[in-house]
Design a protein. Sequence first.
Length: 426
Amino acid sequence: MRWLGRLFNTRDTLVRLTLLDLAGVGYLVFCTQAGRTPTVTQWILAVGAFAAALLLHRRPVANMVVQAALLAAAIALLDDIMINQVGASWALIEITIGAYRARTIGLAAGLLAVVDLTNTIGDPADRVAAGVVGLALEVGIPLLLGLVIRANWNLARQAQERAAAEQRQHESESRAARADERSAIARELHDVVAHHVASMVLRVGVARHVLTDLDPRVGEVFDDVHGTGTAALGELRRLVAVLRDPDGVRGDAALTAIEPSALPAAIGAAIDRARQAGITVEADLDPAIGSLDAVRGMAVLRLTQEALTNVAKHAGTSAVAHLVVAVHDGVVHWEVADTGRGGVLAGVPRGGGLLAGVPTGGGHGITGMRERVEVLGGRLEAGPSGTGWRVRTALPAVVAAPDRAPVRSVPGERGAPADSPAPEPV
């Protein structure tokens, strides 16, 4: 029944009238086969009705006038007026279901009734009465059918509007629920995580001033822990701000983007942290990374931090890590490979946090890297390579600006100091 409902759609007027014309042609053919040969006049009036229905399918009122005129001519000239009578009645249906004003529908119905009653002029009273009763079939049924179809259309449209309203309400409730959940997470981060991180940073700072006779290497470790904790606390605070008011922080831009010009220095800072943990890092950085868009720049930075963290955790301090970041033909090629020397902890999967040398557990580092890469349209490959491990990907790049910021040279020796202090990663 669905196809029948679609047949009476306003967009399928031409289809309906074509089928009606084919039915009229079939009627004339069957008349010939039954021994009643249609006259030339009957064919002329029938073809005129067929052509008017097709040519005026987008103008129902004009079609109604033409069909009524052809019906009047058929009443005066023919004995069999079936074709023109059906054509005029169907024209009334089209006007009724076309959602025209009641006045237009009433005038069309009145015109058809007057034309039909001309067939009874000069007839006895009983035949005139029969003609009036016949209007129920010729005018009443088309009106009723058109009104029913239009009512069904209105009901369907109202159902769609209600469904759309319910969908909007559901989305509004979902957004409210997500906002409540973000607020709860923000409270937990602020009250629990940020509190403990701040306490640790404070205690490390106190220890740096209280313990004066420390080995310089221990002092460097304290400085690194203090700096790393301070940076983590800053990122936690930004995360809390985003969770509480996403619109006020440019839609997470503070957490998911980095200025293109700051990317080389931020990668250099990640390399310096890895070297401070005792890893030998050899870096091959393309100067073009200074013109990457902010989102992919942040992805490259986070992937680098994660990969170097994994090298420190699993390959050991005697491993050599080789970092490659290059841009070719609009694609960012990123890779970190290590030699694997130093002994991987048995049963511990590759993965971890963003802070080098800090055990995080859980083994979700590679999963997080893969999700970050797939969001940007890339694919992460991770697996053994010789005696070590290799992680690489290719990201479609969008150049943020034609200018390319210079990249400082990153020496390959272990523990090589940075040329200049690197800004804190966003």
